[in-house]
Ligand binder design. Structure first.
Ligand SMILES: O=C(O)CCC(=O)C(=O)O
Ligand SMILES: [Fe+2]
Length: 370
């Protein structure tokens, strides 16, 4: 089976933008970062329950049903009582702060090459947009050892250990979430071969994005991370106490996902949307920035073994519900995503009778280039 980094490398998205030192851009937003924004999707008024991203207690005996409800209506939810030790959150946030606080020339020692997949650089989705995003991203696939050695010649082992522990905890949590998601769909572990006999999902692949969104002199015209869906089964996100993440809720507009102490954000990705035969939306999300605070987030991007074919589960296909997608492996889908970006799901769709899928074309136009 190709590793996830081999799968990514097979479909490089070339990033030729120069790196920026955000410390030197604190006076005025350069034109290359200015997005004009007739915000066609209104902001939802946050004072109502149906406009608040659900928070689910994983110890609740009813968790699978609650997750099913949240996935159907939102494609995103937050979890508490998830069993991940909170010291890991502190450790990974400290590591983010340490990395992004390094001088630019030091960070560039671990730069992602234009056709590469691991290391420091701009958000990997940058190549799809003509304007620059107000963020930095450090991508980890495989072991970060050689990158950390460049960044922290003395302390690299300490940071590698944090990543190892964080990834192990996320892998375990992701398997637990997958079992709950399957239960919510009426699918059993036996229906999905790679789940393994105890639902341990051992062959899963994953990547980490460490994201930094520096404070910004003109936040209304800047974009931290443009609207996108993840190509994953699901993504587990840990954010510091600075808000900025927003999700698009059908019929409501952009809704903030506020930081929740000790909580984790879980969003459905394109592959789970396919597996659920369109029942669970792959949620569009973006990140806005602010004038005063730096935001950090760590996204665990989780998917199947790269060569396993993902297709709508047969229990979710029937007379009233045609099969909406052809089967696709994560490796192949990464290639489709690299080519079609937010239209990748349409590229594997075999039926147009779909409910609950946002019109991504409309969203891409949300921020016109000024
Ligand atoms: O920073 C965030 O909240 C979102 C990050 C994200 O969407 C990603 O890394 O794919
Ligand atoms: Fe994302």
């Amino acid at each position: 089976m190709p590793s996830l980094s081999e799968a990514f490398r097979a479909h490089p998205v070339y990033l030729h933008h120069k790196h920026s030192d955000f410390n030197s851009l604190q006076q005025k937003l350069p034109d290359s970062y200015a997005w004009t924004q007739p915000d066609s999707h209104a902001y939802a008024d946050a004072n109502s329950d149906n406009k608040t991203v659900p928070v689910i207690d994983l110890k609740d005996p009813n968790a699978a049903n609650l997750i099913g409800h949240a996935c159907r209506r939102w494609g995103v939810f937050q979890v508490v009582n998830h069993g991940v030790p909170l010291t890991l959150f502190t450790d990974i946030q400290r590591a983010c702060l340490a990395l992004f606080s390094l001088p630019l020339h030091q960070k560039l020692k671990a730069a992602r090459s234009p056709d590469g997949v691991s290391g420091y650089g701009r958000a990997p989705i940058s190549s799809f947009f003509p304007k620059l995003m107000w963020s930095e991203c450090f991508t980890i696939l495989d072991s970060p050892h050689h990158l950390f050695l460049q960044l922290w010649p003395q302390d690299h082992a300490k940071y590698s250990e944090i990543v190892k522990e964080y990834e192990a905890a996320m892998k375990e949590l992701a398997a637990k979430l997958m079992c709950l998601v399957f239960a919510s769909l009426g699918i059993s572990k036996e229906d999905v071969k790679w789940a393994g006999p105890r639902g341990e999902f051992d062959g899963a692949c994953a990547a980490l994005h460490w994201n930094s969104y520096p404070s910004c002199p003109d936040p209304d015209r800047a974009m931290g991370l443009a609207a996108h869906t993840d190509s994953t089964l699901l993504t587990i996100l840990q954010q510091n106490n600075v808000s900025g993440l927003q999700v698009l809720k059908e019929g409501e507009g952009w809704v903030a996902v506020p930081p929740l102490a000790g909580g984790l954000v879980v969003n459905i990705g394109d592959l789970l949307h396919i597996l659920s035969n369109g029942l669970y939306p792959s949620v569009l999300h973006r990140v806005r920035v602010n004038r005063s605070w730096q935001r950090f987030s760590v996204a665990y991007l989780y998917g199947p073994p790269t060569n396993v074919e993902v297709s709508p589960n047969e229990k979710l296909v029937g007379p009233g519900r045609p099969c909406l997608y052809r089967s696709v492996s994560w490796k192949e889908y990464l290639g489709i995503k690299a080519k079609h970006f937010n239209k990748a799901l349409s590229a594997v769709r075999i039926s147009s009778a779909i409910n609950g899928l946002f019109d991504v074309k409309e969203v891409q136009n949300d921020f016109h280039v000024g």
